[in-house]
Ligand binder design. Structure first.
Ligand code: G1P
Length: 293
């Protein structure tokens, strides 16, 4: 079965970006001029996903507005012959069918995903986390969807992280070693934010999943785990005795935009890749580096 639906959790408080996130969603913070959540939605669309559910809360209305039409703004741009800007604005609202549902209480990622149960129904679905922006030839979630076509089993997207960083992530226990040639393996365990000594590998789940809908019945009675939250990782682990779960080492450069340094790095790299900015920006960076010498 083709993966047609995606879920994007976006109900967190974004405390790492306070005060910027006091009254605006962290998902709306831009990398240069595009909100981070638009990169995530575009990735899903580029993977052929047709229906997208964003999990929000009462403070996230600007996300819904962003993907809706804005007739006033369109009228203004048209009247002032701002054709390019008009195209950009109109394209956003026609990217995909975007739905939203509110998570009433912040009980963790697993609980947020459970809010998608009715939307997903009985089909496999993709999950994309907003803090992980990936730049790759083939969209990261498409790489996972393509694998799903072969395995017909849940897949988590992983990459190697430094040993000292394992406790920031969900870490998988692979059955086979992964490399650039062999990117897919079944996994037999998964642990959320392990201590270094407990990490079964350095393969971290980096915000991309394709899941079997059976996960919902597990999430419904999932007890709180790491950080006192209902963890998606714990429910996926409980899925393993019932259904196979795979890890796929996706190709691409991943930025942790939920972290200040990662966010800055993404901003710099994206600017250096943009035709309208790269020369001037590179010049500016050079001047700053030399001045600080
Ligand atoms: C979440 C997941 C974790 C995953 C990480 C990727 O953690 O729970 O398993 O590795 O995203 O970014 P969070 O960063 O929300 O604490």
């Amino acid at each position: 079965m083709k993966v047609r639906k995606a879920v994007i959790p976006a109900a967190g408080y974004g405390t790492r970006f306070l005060p910027a996130t006091k009254s605006q969603p962290k998902e709306m913070l831009p990398i240069i001029d595009k909100p981070t959540i638009q990169f995530i939605v575009e990735e899903a669309v580029a993977a052929g996903i047709e229906e997208i559910l964003i999990i929000t809360n009462h403070q996230k209305a600007s996300i819904e507005n962003h993907f809706d039409r804005s007739f006033e703004l369109e009228y203004f741009l048209q009247k002032n012959n701002k054709t390019e800007e008009l195209k950009i604005i109109q394209r956003i609202s026609s990217l995909a069918n975007i739905h939203s549902v509110r998570q009433k209480e912040q009980k963790g990622l697993g609980h947020a995903i459970l809010c998608a149960k009715t939307f997903v129904g009985n089909e496999p679905f993709a999950v994309l986390l907003g803090d992980d922006v990936v730049v790759s030839k083939v969209p990261a979630i498409k790489q996972l969807c393509d694998q799903y076509e072969q395995t017909k089993s849940s897949i988590v997207g992983v990459q190697q992280v430094e040993l000292q960083n394992v406790s920031k992530y969900g870490i998988v226990s692979p059955i086979h070693e992964l490399s650039d040639q062999f990117r897919l393996t079944e996994i037999n365990s998964m642990i959320e934010k392990p201590a270094i000594e407990q990490a079964p590998s350095r393969l971290a789940v980096l915000g991309r999943y394709v899941l079997d809908p059976h996960i919902f019945s597990l999430l419904e009675n999932q007890t709180p785990g790491s950080g006192g939250e209902i963890q998606l990782t714990d429910a996926i682990k409980r899925l393993m005795p019932k259904r196979k779960v795979f890890a796929y080492q996706f190709e691409g450069r991943r930025y942790d935009v939920g972290n200040k340094l990662g966010y800055l790095e993404a901003t710099v790299d994206f600017a250096l890749n943009r035709d309208d900015l790269k020369e001037d920006f590179f010049q500016l960076l050079k001047e700053k580096v030399y001045r600080n010498d």
